[in-house]
Design a protein around this ligand. Structure first.
Ligand code: BGC
Length: 441
């Protein structure tokens, strides 16, 4: 057997990622309201107590992360808790987060904090959420409070998680609140998110000059089904640039380029210190007149791709490499802010993990400046409109009893973090299926 190790640079950040609404429990925000309406969550479940982090279980779960060799954690702070009304801050919530940040420090977990991970306070949602430009100043004010309060503990900030997903799911697909189907509104929301991000970027740097500020973009690899077909290539390029580029492009030169026209947003120019990359899967696309509402693109997974439990994710590690190459085109440090797969049986996760981490190693060896990898997710948690039907955790959680169970992938990831590398011996033990591919003779 080959005895090789794919080593990572010294100081590489190994972590996992979570978000407030998905793990805390006991929230009151636009999502808890959305979850009340039958038909919104596919298994009719609610976030409920989620993983009960607000009840104190963050301690034991972060112990699990630290014991598993992780040295970083990405989490979000819940706007609706910290600012329950436009003119009120909750000292209780701020203190609780301070306790969590101290807890992270005690465990040797370097924090990365997301300020907005899909949820809005109800008082903002009632005024139209991000459709209304009042969201921009409101977010700026919230950011200011958060940074002033936590700046002794946190220097890496992710302003907005997956603005592209937020706009598409909420305003095109209609499966996130507010459940609309209107591309123009989606683009207006996206422009306001760019403005909100820019305002946050500047205020963070005013308060904390040494801060590192970015976003987390969900990059979806979209390839033409037939490479020779100009029509397939056209829809692939169009969808890929709309999905992957509209938001992030605006942060480069202050122009948001969309098929419906360009918007100048000069305040956004140069407002990222790193690229946060979330990658899960790759699609193939063909031109098809029957898919007018999807801009004539019919998307599907490669026929022989290995699919996750609920067929939500195809295991496409090469797509990850493409995503990293795309991220590298910004000439900034890259942080893998999310990557993972839903897999309650842990049947596919070990090989997915090995193959994707191998791609990170490959990119680092081509001198792509990747500084960390955060697995999504530490624990099973509330999966938005998919409720509890999908399990992304290294650890299994039973939301009824709150019992935790360690999946083999948690042990595998633990060895990777501790070794700061992916070894042939680990892959032979945890992901033998892909051994020959990763360590060919
Ligand atoms: C989101 C997470 C989500 C994950 C898996 C990402 O788009 O940022 O909140 O749980 O995908 O669906």
């Amino acid at each position: 057997m080959a005895q090789a190790v794919y080593n990572f640079p010294r100081g590489f950040l190994w972590g996992s990622a979570t978000s407030s609404h998905q793990v805390e429990g006991g929230n009151t925000n636009n999502w808890t309201a959305w979850e009340e309406v039958p038909g919104h969550i596919i298994d009719r479940s609610k976030s409920g107590v989620a993983c009960d982090w607000w009840g104190g279980r963050w301690r034991e779960d972060l112990d699990r992360a630290a014991e598993g060799g992780q040295n970083a954690h990405r989490l979000s702070v819940e706007w609706s808790r910290i600012q329950p009304a436009p003119d009120r801050w909750s000292e209780v919530a701020l203190d609780r987060y301070l306790e969590i940040f101290r807890g992270l420090k005690e465990r040797g977990l370097q924090p990365m904090v997301t300020l907005h991970h899909f949820t809005n306070p109800l008082w903002l949602e009632e005024r139209g959420g991000w459709e209304n430009p009042v969201a921009i100043q409101a977010f700026e004010k919230f950011t200011q409070k958060v940074v002033e309060t936590f700046k002794d503990y946190v220097t890496t900030w992710c302003t907005i998680n997956e603005p592209n997903v937020y706009a598409v799911e909420g305003y095109v697909e209609g499966v996130f609140p507010p459940g609309k189907h209107d591309i123009q509104t989606a683009l207006r929301v996206l422009a306001n998110l760019v403005r909100g991000h820019s305002a946050a970027y500047h205020i963070i740097h005013n308060l904390q000059p040494e801060a590192q500020v970015g976003t987390a973009i969900n990059y979806r690899s979209i390839l033409p089904a037939a490479g020779w077909s100009p029509l397939d290539r056209m829809v692939a390029n169009m969808q890929s640039s709309i999905y992957n580029r509209v938001f992030s492009g605006a942060l480069v030169d202050g122009v948001m380029r969309t098929p419906l026209g360009n918007t100048r947003l000069p305040e956004a120019r140069g407002t990222q210190d790193f690229i946060g990359l979330n990658y899960y899967t790759r699609d193939y696309i063909s031109f098809d007149l029957r898919y007018a509402s999807a801009l004539f693109g019919h998307r599907y997974f490669r026929k022989d791709a290995e699919l996750s439990k609920t067929k939500y994710i195809a295991n496409e590690p090469e797509g990850f490499y493409e995503a990293i190459r795309w991220a590298n085109s910004f000439n900034l440090p890259i942080i893998i802010t999310e990557n993972g797969v839903e897999d309650s049986d842990d049947a596919m996760r070990p090989s997915y993990l090995a193959q994707h981490i191998h791609q990170v190693w490959r990119a680092i060896n081509f001198n792509f400046p990747i500084t960390g990898y955060y697995h999504w997710s530490l624990m099973d948690n509330f999966e938005w409109e998919r409720g509890w039907t999908q399990r992304f955790g290294l650890w299994e959680v039973d939301p009824e009893t709150q019992a935790r169970r360690k999946r083999p992938s948690a042990a595998f990831y633990g060895e990777i973090c501790q070794e700061n590398g992916l070894s042939a011996d680990m892959v032979a033990r945890y992901a033998p299926k892909v051994f020959a591919r990763l360590f060919p003779n």
